[in-house]
Design a binder for this molecule. Structure first.
Ligand SMILES: C[S@@+](CC[C@H](N)C(=O)[O-])C[C@H]1O[C@@H](n2cnc3c(N)ncnc32)[C@H](O)[C@@H]1O
Length: 242
């Protein structure tokens, strides 16, 4: 009986109360360390959500990690699925969701974001928070995020800003570790979204960069075809003028 009370049924896994508490304590300690160096992950998540909301329908979160973002997101959306390649990280996130009392509101999927296991146009919104600098092939993941987004859907892409990366470097160096990351590709993502007829807004604050993009056209293929046609037309114009 006692054991049954100490366990929390969450989908196919049983989460022990002591694991939930220990995981939460670890996360709080990590967050407190970040704050001592000037990075407040709660404020970072809040800043991104403030820019992204409202988010309607079924939302996909890419790169679950410890669940800082998806646990906050799940409080604001009707349905959320989160995907990560690492079972260990998703277990931490699941424990944190259980601590927040919302584990049943999040669907956890283990998969490689370079090949998302959903049909084109499945989600009303697709989001990612502080995961992109961890990806081996961010361009492919970015393309996959756009593929699974419905026409009219919203993309929310956020990662550390240059000041955020500087803080992360300092924190990791103080721990004798490194936090390598590729240079910010936000200008590239922004240009690609505009090329594909997305309406794009860009924000920077709380050591985060954020792109909020709304898909305007019904078909990404159509917009890329339009782009090709536009390129051909402008080349033809150039040739005519030369
Ligand atoms: C630092 S976490 C992101 C932070 C997280 N969004 C949060 O709210 O705490 C980065 C995550 O990206 C995941 N990841 C890396 N490559 C991936 C891939 N190809 N597909 C899915 N997840 C991936 C890692 O396993 C890790 O859990």
């Amino acid at each position: 009986m006692k054991r049954a009370i100490d366990q929390l049924r969450a989908g196919d896994s049983c989460l022990e109360r002591r694991d939930i508490e220990a995981n939460h304590a670890r996360l709080l300690a990590r967050n407190a360390l970040h704050r001592r160096f000037g990075y407040d992950s709660g404020a970072g998540v809040g800043f991104v959500l403030e820019k992204a909301l409202p988010l309607c329908g079924h939302v996909l979160d890419v790169g679950t990690g410890k669940g800082r973002f998806v646990v906050a997101l799940a409080r604001h959306v009707p349905k959320v699925t989160t995907v990560d390649i690492s079972p260990e990280e998703q277990r931490f996130a699941r424990l944190e969701a259980a601590h927040a009392g919302i584990v049943g509101r999040i669907e956890f999927v283990l998969a490689d974001a370079r090949k998302l296991p959903w049909r084109a146009g499945t989600f009303d919104a697709v989001a990612s928070w502080n995961a992109f600098h961890h990806l081996d092939d961010p361009a492919r993941v970015f393309a996959e995020m756009l593929r699974v987004l419905k026409p009219g859907g919203k993309l929310v892409l956020s990662d550390f800003s240059p000041s955020g990366f500087r803080l992360m470097r300092t924190i990791h160096a103080a721990e004798g570790r490194r936090h390598p990351h590729p240079p910010s590709q936000f200008p590239c993502w922004r240009a690609r979204l505009r090329d594909r007829s997305f309406a794009v807004r860009y924000f920077i604050g709380h050591h985060q960069e954020v792109l909020i993009a709304k898909r305007l056209t019904s078909s990404p293929r159509l917009s890329s075809q339009r782009l090709t046609i536009n390129h051909q037309a402008s080349r033809a114009m150039q040739i005519k003028h030369n």
